[in-house]
Ligand binder design. Structure first.
Ligand code: EPU
Length: 385
């Protein structure tokens, strides 16, 4: 089914809560309907939207916003499924966290660390969403899409999608070419806990104790990915122990609940305050540049101060949240826009009626201040439309 709405109010369709509209809003519930839709006749430009959770409308949109609202998932039968896992094809319009909840309920491993990330499945494959040491690309087998250029449905292996940190070819070289209709994820029936990011292990151990499940201590596993982990302040690398046991009662549901708990303490509740999650990407800089930042930090915070960071090959990733915090932006307001006090990487619509101009002005102030102080140009993660 295809539904069309002229001069459509988008305020309920973007998690930032920007009060903007588009000339035409088209919702498609069956991917096959895309074949009957005369896309060229629609007011241009065309913008394909998912859950509206990672974008900032900078004003009224002059063209067509198209949303694919298909639902449902299918566990794929046949040779793809094996003893250690299975493939599940999930419609693009499914809320990503509903998929996470389903997987956890079924005892399937893979997306549990991505719990509570706002947005829909289609967008997760564009943005390569990530949290707590896991990225969507880690579980994406195939992306199913409608090719607007050749007007046909295609299946693109995840390995060909050019995935990187919060990016893919759908955001770059292929921008505007495909409408994602579904994503096939591979999930594991064999435990694959990823606990080494930030406070996950600690929070899980606390939950473990609280619930009196046992006295087992969660330790590093050989399959953990230290590449996703911020270096601890002491800079002492954690060495994964191949022989460490996985507590037998550890379930994806337990990890999901723990991640939800952590997110709720740090990130704004979308029901209460509008935002688009992390507003900026974490920058990667040269080692020499990092040393200059360390010198500034030590001068300001004392000689023993350690800058949180993570080594990426011969470069260094520095948390943008740390820099924004160091520049005193936590809680700063500009009109209705605010740097979220508990996680300064997030800009929120604090008043509920912040304008796009106020958000952009605060973004500009953060970018300019960080550039002046650290010589780093922050790039927004949030797509500006
Ligand atoms: N930090 C501070 N002050 C603060 C907050 C953080 O100094 O007030 C420093 C701390 O050293 C902390 C570091 O910043 O260790 C990193 O913070 P955090 O672990 O919260 O993660 P992040 O790098 O700020 C990224 C993702 C989040 C994701 C978390 C957890 C990006 C752009 N953001 O944030 O993703 O939830 O890691 O995995 O990579 C999102 O994409 O919308 C999102 C929320």
């Amino acid at each position: 089914m295809i539904t069309r709405h002229e001069a459509y109010d988008l305020s309920q369709r973007n998690t930032f809560g920007m009060r903007v509209s588009c000339r035409l809003y088209v919702e498609v519930t069956e991917p096959e309907d895309l074949l009957t839709l005369d896309l060229e006749s629609l007011p241009q430009p065309l913008f394909v939207m998912g859950g509206g959770s990672n974008l900032l409308f900078t004003g009224d949109f002059p063209g067509t916003v198209l949303h694919l609202a298909n639902q449902g998932h299918t566990v794929l039968p046949g040779p793809e499924a094996d003893a250690s896992g299975l493939l599940v094809r999930v419609a693009a319009g499914v809320v990503f966290d509903d998929f996470c909840a389903w997987a956890a309920q079924e005892g399937l491993w893979g997306p549990e660390n991505l719990s509570l990330i706002p947005g829909e499945v289609g967008a997760s494959a564009v943005q390569n969403i990530g949290a707590y040491g896991v990225e969507a690309k880690d579980i994406i087998e195939t992306v199913h899409a409608f090719d607007l250029q050749d007007r046909r449905f295609v299946d693109i292996p995840g390995a060909d999608c050019g995935y990187g940190y919060r990016t893919s070819l759908f955001k770059t070289a292929w921008k505007g070419r495909y409408i994602i209709t579904a994503v096939t994820f591979h999930l594991s029936t064999v435990p694959q806990p990823k606990l080494d990011y930030g406070g996950v292990r600690k929070a899980l151990e606390a939950r473990w104790r609280e619930e009196g499940i046992g006295s087992e201590t969660l330790r590093s596993q050989s399959d953990l990915r230290p590449s996703h982990k911020w270096a601890p302040p002491s800079n002492v690398p954690r060495v994964a122990q191949v022989s460490d046991p996985i507590p037998s009662s550890l379930s994806p549901q337990m990890i999901r609940d723990t991640i939800i708990g952590i997110r709720r303490t740090k990130l704004p509740d979308p029901e209460e305050v509008g935002s688009a999650g992390s507003f900026f990407c974490n920058p990667v800089i040269s080692r020499e540049h990092f040393e200059r930042i360390v010198a500034i930090a030590k001068e300001e915070n004392g000689p023993d101060y350690e800058v949180p960071h993570y080594e990426v090959g011969d470069q260094v990733k520095v948390p943008a949240a740390w820099m924004i915090d160091q520049c005193g932006f936590k809680g700063m307001r500009l009109g209705g826009a605010q740097v979220y006090p508990k996680q300064p990487l997030v800009i929120v619509n604090a008043s509920g009626d912040a304008t796009p101009d106020e958000i952009v002005a605060l973004e500009r102030r953060v970018i300019d201040t960080i550039k002046d102080k650290y010589g780093i140009e922050l790039h927004p993660e949030v797509e500006h439309v």
